[in-house]
Design a protein around this ligand. Structure first.
Ligand code: FES
Length: 66
C-alpha cells in the first residue's frame, strides 16, 4: 500500500526504514526516505503504520511473576 504518494513510499518501505534506524519517529522516517516531507498529507497514515509497528515491537513476552 502506497502511503506517501509524493515520494512513492509504501508501508513496507516505511517499516524497513523504521527497523533500519531503530525508530518509529515520523521525523526519522522522513529524514531517511522522504516520506511525509513534501505535502505532509500522508503523515496521519505514516503515523498509523509506525504506531502499528511500535505496538508489534512492544509485544515481547511479558515477565509476570504472578
Ligand atoms: S503524500 Fe507524503 S509528503 Fe505528500
Amino acid at each position: 500500500v502506497v502511503i506517501c504518494h509524493c515520494r512513492a513510499v509504501n508501508d513496507r518501505a516505511i517499516r524497513d526504514v523504521a527497523l533500519a534506524v531503530g525508530s518509529t519517529a515520523p521525523e526519522q522516517i522522513t529524514a531517511v526516505c522522504g516520506a511525509g516531507g513534501h505535502c505532509g498529507g500522508c503523515l496521519p497514515a505514516l503515523r498509523e503504520v509506525l504506531a502499528e509497528l511500535a505496538c508489534a515491537g512492544a509485544r515481547t513476552p511479558e515477565v509476570s511473576a504472578a
